[in-house]
Every structure is written in structure tokens, then in C-alpha cells.
Design a protein around this ligand. Structure first.
Ligand SMILES: Nc1ncnc2c1ncn2[C@@H]1O[C@H](COP(=O)(O)OP(=O)(O)OP(=O)(O)O)[C@@H](O)[C@H]1O
Ligand SMILES: [Mg+2]
Length: 265
């Protein structure tokens, strides 16, 4: 059974949930050397295959269509192995579902796929995107970690507050969400002070705004790579270690944060 199911949610659209989910999955595979699945539940289109220049033969819709006869082996044949070591069930390539596909796209189907992935992998990361927590409560309850991604803007802060309230009225303890601030810039301290004040919450991670690196990674079809002085990569790694409960054991020389550290649970 999986050690952890980690669901990545956007507090609004476009805040970076997919980028965070992908890099978290890759870091998890590199740090633990265990089996990691990335399930792209985001709709209407998948995006992760584009980010990695993958051309999967099957997508989430194929898995949902087969949900009733799905087992671990069949699930394995529907996922695509990436050279980073993670197995990916890519989101749909087309927005319009055929009439005969529609009945299969149900919460039960999503839950079934997660259930099987939990049995087949050590870690399961889900890119859920911006969805209504109340409608997805059953799935959210299956995860050990819920990462809620927001941006350091007044609008995103407002949406973050709304999200936590909505989750709370759907019976999900708002404290279960670990808040990730993406696209952080140096002058965002103000936002941090306000957020901590309004929500009485701390952040799991602050991921720096680095448009060049993120778009270069996409154009090369790779996740963010380790290199010296790469703050974004170092922060992805630190975030993964915090989620996984890993600590750096050995003494790290300066700027070595982004290379593989010796870790222990
Ligand atoms: N740390 C970052 N620095 C700069 N740009 C970023 C960063 N993270 C993500 N981006 C960019 O922000 C945009 C949105 O990212 P992404 O697609 O991951 O968001 P999302 O929440 O999954 O969006 P959607 O709601 O469409 O699913 C993309 O263009 C991505 O390259
Ligand atoms: Mg997305």
C-alpha cells in the first residue's frame, strides 16, 4: 500500500498546480528511489504530457472507461513511464467527451483509479487543479497530504480564504491543507504578513517566480533540472522532503542544496 497519496489543488486557476505536482512527483522519485505515479485528474485537458513532450497512448479517459475491469496490471499498461522514473496517467487530450464516454467520468471512477494506484505504487501524486472541494471531498479524504497552491496576490489570497472556508463547510478540516505559495517575488513579504494575519497559517513552501526556467523546462520537455544556484529546484526539493518527512543528514556545502542530499525518514 502507498506510503502517501499527495493531492495538489489550485486555490484558483492558473496558479501552478500542474507545475508543482509534476516537480513534486519527480523529486519524490529521485529522493526515495521508490515507485511514484502521477495521476493527472485536471480537466478539461491534460497538460503534463505537453510539459514533458510525452505522447501517451492512453489517458485518464481510457482508464475511466475501463474502471469496472481495471486492475493494477491494466492500470500499469495505461500509464506512461517517463525517463525521470515516474509513471504518468496523462489527462485527456480532447475537451469534448463522446456521448458514450460521459457515463464513465464519475467520482467513483476517479476513486477507483486512485484505489488501484495506491496498491500499485509507493507514492501517488495527483494533479487535481482548481476544483470544488465539496464535490471532491471523497477523493480529498483519501490523501495523506493536501497541497493547496496559491499566488502572492490579493486575489489569490481572497480565493485561498474562500477555498478553506468551502472545504470546512464540506467537512474537510482546513488545517489539513498545506499552503504552497508559487511565483514568489522578493517584494511579496507584505503578502506573507497579511496571509499569516488573516489565516493564522504558515506556508509549506514559497516557490520563487522564475518564468525563464519554467518555460525552458517545458520547451525541453523536462522537469526543472538540478544545477548549482538553482533556487527553484532547491525549493521543490525542500518541499518534497518536508512532505515526505525526510531530513538532510550530512553537512551540505554552500550551494549544494540542489544536488542529491543524503536523506533519512
Ligand atoms: N515558479 C514559477 N515561476 C514562473 N512561472 C511559473 C512558475 N510555476 C508555474 N509557472 C507558470 O505559470 C503558468 C501556470 O502554471 P500551471 O499550468 O502549472 O498552473 P495550473 O494551476 O495547473 O493551471 P490550470 O488551472 O490551467 O490547470 C504556466 O505558464 C507555468 O509555466
Ligand atoms: Mg493545471
Amino acid at each position: 500500500l502507498a506510503e502517501k497519496v499527495i493531492i495538489v489543488i489550485g486555490a484558483k486557476g492558473g496558479v501552478g498546480a500542474s507545475t508543482v505536482a509534476l516537480n513534486l512527483a519527480v523529486q519524490t522519485a529521485q529522493l526515495t528511489k521508490k515507485r511514484v505515479a502521477l495521476l493527472e485528474y485536471a480537466r478539461p485537458f491534460g497538460q503534463i504530457a505537453l510539459m514533458l513532450d510525452l505522447h501517451p497512448r492512453f489517458t485518464l479517459i481510457g482508464a475511466l472507461e475501463r474502471a469496472s475491469r481495471l486492475d493494477e496490471r491494466l492500470l500499469g499498461s495505461l500509464t506512461e513511464k517517463h525517463k525521470t522514473g515516474i509513471d504518468i496517467l496523462a489527462g485527456p487530450t480532447h475537451a469534448a467527451l463522446r456521448d458514450e464516454q460521459r457515463p464513465f467520468v464519475t467520482l467513483e471512477g476517479f476513486v477507483k483509479i486512485l484505489d488501484l494506484a495506491r496498491n500499485a505504487y509507493d507514492f501517488v501524486v495527483i494533479d487535481l487543479g482548481f476544483v470544488n472541494a465539496a464535490e471532491w471531498a471523497r477523493l480529498l479524504q483519501m490523501a495523506e497530504n493536501l497541497l493547496l497552491v496559491a499566488e502572492p496576490s490579493a486575489l489569490a489570497l481572497g480565493m485561498l480564504e474562500r477555498y478553506l472556508k468551502a472545504a470546512s463547510s464540506a467537512g474537510i478540516d482546513p488545517q489539513r491543507f498545506q499552503i504552497v505559495i508559487n511565483r514568489w517575488r522578493q517584494n511579496d513579504e507584505d503578502f506573507a504578513t497579511r496571509t499569516v494575519g488573516t489565516l493564522s497559517r504558515t506556508f509549506l513552501a514559497r516557490l520563487p517566480n522564475d518564468y525563464r526556467q519554467v518555460s525552458e523546462a517545458v520547451s525541453f520537455g523536462t522537469p526543472i533540472a538540478a544545477s548549482s544556484n538553482n533556487l527553484l529546484h532547491a525549493r521543490y526539493r525542500k518541499m518534497a522532503m518536508d512532505v515526505l518527512g525526510l531530513q538532510v543528514l550530512d553537512h551540505q556545502p554552500r550551494n549544494a542544496e540542489s544536488k542529491s542530499p543524503v536523506v533519512s525518514a
